[in-house]
Design a binder for this molecule. Structure first.
Ligand SMILES: [Zn+2]
Ligand SMILES: [Zn+2]
Length: 193
């Protein structure tokens, strides 16, 4: 009887945990809970970080895209300015050409009127060496020497002697490799067309 009750008491003591054991179990459970929480937090942090990285990458990509766009816009503007300037220049060039032609026509008209009033060509329209009128024809084109006197190319070629041309009017010597390169007197040439 005594033995049996002792056995019951024993088994009862085994079933009932001590307060230390209860406390330890509670601590472990609490710690497990905390670990679980921390794991969840860590998971969330990782997720957030991933999102942030993706966002950063997207921002960087967007920035690069913006820079590229800005660069292209600037280049485009530059090209537009250049096209505009070129068009403007071409227009101005055309206007100058037209004005030049108008002036030349007027000059020719006035010159012809003056020749008519004079009863013949002026002295400056005639080569003082061969006494022929300056024309567009190569050998009769007016050429101006360094001294400022003008003669026809034919006469200048005859005056040329081993690299020197001696002006028949003032005797100044001009060095020249090739008489054909002597500057054309455009003032006279233009009204002699
Ligand atoms: Zn001549
Ligand atoms: Zn001269």
């Amino acid at each position: 009887m005594v033995r049996r009750s002792a056995r019951i008491q024993y088994s009862g003591a085994q079933k009932k945990p001590s307060s230390d054991q209860i406390a330890a179990t509670a601590t472990v459970a609490k710690q497990a809970d905390e670990i679980k929480k921390l794991k969840t937090e860590l998971k969330e942090c990782k997720k957030e970080l991933k999102e942030k990285n993706q966002k950063n990458q997207l921002q960087m990509f967007n920035q690069k895209l913006e820079d590229h766009k800005k660069n292209l816009t600037e280049k485009m503007a530059d090209v537009m300015v250049r096209i505009g300037t070129k068009k403007e220049l071409e227009k101005e060039k055309k206007e100058v050409e037209e004005l030049k032609k108008k002036c030349l026509d007027m000059l020719k008209k006035k010159s012809n009127e003056a020749i008519e009033r004079n009863g013949g060509p002026f002295e400056w329209q005639i080569c003082s060496v061969c006494l022929e009128r300056f024309t567009e024809e190569d050998q009769h084109t007016p050429r101006v020497l360094k001294c400022g006197h003008t003669f026809c190319l034919g006469c200048i070629t005859k005056l040329w002697k081993s690299g020197d041309i001696k002006c028949p009017t003032c005797r100044e010597v001009m060095w020249c490799m090739n008489p054909a390169t002597v500057t054309k007197n455009f003032m006279i040439a233009d009204v002699s067309k």
